[in-house]
Write a protein that binds this ligand. Structure first.
Ligand code: SAH
Ligand code: SF4
Ligand code: F3S
Length: 458
């Protein structure tokens, strides 16, 4: 089909292939882009070869994340030679940070759009069909995309909901404040409306998303603003909603009311992803994190006092500029003291435009590798211990789909562990008590329960 025919026949059946990298917010954004394009006749396809449009929703957080965009574009390019009418769009954080470079390195790209502009996709598609060069939308628009997005087509049993976006914290190493822009909170009535609609569509768990989700301070609908603890209490009252999670939090924004919500709201899972980045006060200061290692230790204690079965997960960076061996040891000590059920750890990656990238005391790659390996051994052991500790216990699992093997169902524990069980498909979409028969390093194996038993886990 020619591009003119495409423009004229906007409602014809078309296929859309979306490739997503990065955080859960990108996963949410990709789903919303599909919702925005559905009225134009775009239906999802798993195969780029069949697609009329391919969207690469990108991540800029570390160098290897960014580079994937260019290698994927190289791989996709021949498709366009076969089907010249195909539209290539690059979205997300690399588009925001390196829009011009993308067009220079890959001139066959038709659309480059930042994370705040994808509500304008229909207009961009129409312009791309007419334009000779690429359509670039990387300004932070005055209007909020959330006011212009259609309803989600088919929410998952565990559905994402963005309530806050952007970051004003400017950690020394991080690109997010530049790619996602300033912190903004969606108003509570809009969040509640989207949550009700997700639950009506079959969602049983909602994962509240934000780059600093616990900095949420949205309008409560009465001209006053409130914190995340308040929003969680309102959401928990929605009939049919079984579980709530929120991610990602900053230690500085963990206020008393939010900690109290962990004690008072049964549907709020006993699991929290709370990135610490380092256990050294010197490095935390250099990172501009605004908290100390002991502040984090105390926070962990307060959370566990509020909810004794609460488990923590975290993010750690190995080899931030200026990090000494003593600093590295302090990170290992903090990990031992706090104990994590799960964690992500990364080698420090210098990112263009961030303060740490220009710092003089960069750490050698081999040293970063060694420190990361130390950290990962410890974290892996802690995760394996936590999972092993669940064996024999009875826990409630939210089943979300079929397992990998025939007759198997799969879901998540309240601590986000993947759980597999040979059992009836009728449990899918329910939170069901099961017995854990094995705690493996990365998942739990379960069996159905003959009768109601007491619930408990490590
Ligand atoms: N909004 C989240 C972080 C998102 S990025 C928060 O504030 O916690 C996810 C993780 O990537 C960060 O927690 C950090 O551990 C890691 N990260 C960010 N920039 C990095 C860099 N330049 N090098 C290595 N890891 C980085
Ligand atoms: Fe990045 Fe720090 Fe903001 Fe998190 S709080 S998004 S690590 S700048
Ligand atoms: Fe990556 Fe942007 Fe998320 S840089 S981690 S996709 S906010």
């Amino acid at each position: 089909m020619t591009t003119d025919a495409r423009a004229n026949d906007a409602r014809a059946m078309r296929r859309l292939h979306v490739i997503t990298w990065g955080c859960q917010m990108n996963v949410y954004d990709s789903a919303r882009m599909q919702d925005v394009l559905a009225p134009l006749g775009y239906a999802p396809t798993d195969r780029a070869e069949d697609a009329d449009m391919v969207i690469l929703n990108t991540c800029h957080i570390r160098e290897n994340a960014s580079e994937k965009v260019f290698s994927e574009l190289g791989r996709l390019r021949p498709l366009k030679q076969v089907r010249p009418g195909m539209i290539f769009a690059v979205a997300g954080c690399v588009a925001q940070a390196e829009g011009r470079e993308i067009v220079a390195r890959a001139p066959f790209v038709d659309i480059v759009m930042g994370p705040q502009t994808y509500h304008r996709l229909p207009e961009m598609v129409a312009r791309a069909a007419r334009a000779a060069g690429a359509v670039i939308e990387t300004e932070f628009p005055a209007e909020s995309k959330f006011d212009h997005l259609p309803e989600s087509a088919a929410p998952a049993i565990s559905a994402f909901l963005t309530i806050q976006e952007g970051c004003d914290k400017f950690c020394s190493f991080c690109v997010v404040p530049y790619t996602r822009g300033a912190e903004a909170s969606r108003p509570m009535p809009a969040v509640l409306a989207e949550a009700r609609q997700l639950v009506a569509g079959g969602a049983r768990e909602i994962v509240l998303l934000g780059q600093n989700v616990n900095a949420w301070h949205g309008d409560l609908g009465n001209g006053r603003s409130g914190g995340l603890g308040r929003l969680i209490r309102e959401l928990a009252a929605i009939p049919g909603l079984l579980r709530l999670r929120y991610t990602t939090s900053h230690p500085r924004d963990m206020d008393a009311d939010l900690i109290a919500a962990h004690r008072e709201v049964p549907g709020l899972v006993p699991f929290l992803h709370l990135p610490v980045q380092s256990g050294s006060d010197r490095v935390l200061a250099a990172m501009n994190r605004g908290h100390t290692a002991d502040h984090y230790r105390r926070l962990a204690e307060r959370l566990r006092a509020a909810r004794p079965d609460l488990a923590l997960s975290t993010d750690i960076i190995a080899g931030h500029p200026g990090e000494t061996e003593a600093d590295h040891q302090a990170t290992l000590a903090l990990i031992r003291d706090v104990g994590f059920a799960q964690a992500f750890s990364f080698k420090y990656s210098p990112r263009p435009g961030t303060p740490a990238a220009g710092a003089p005391a960069q750490i050698a790659e081999v040293e970063k590798d060694r420190r990361l390996a130390d950290i990962q051994v410890l974290l892996r052991d802690q995760q394996a211990d936590f999972n092993r500790g669940c064996a024999g216990k009875v826990i409630k699992v939210l089943f979300t789909g079929q397992g990998r093997h025939r007759g198997q169902v799969a879901g998540r524990s309240p601590w986000l562990q993947p759980v597999h069980m040979t059992g009836p498909a009728s449990v899918i979409g329910t939170e069901t008590a099961v017995r854990i028969i094995e705690g493996r390093p990365n998942s739990l194996a379960a069996e159905p329960l003959p009768q109601t038993e007491e619930l408990a886990c490590a």
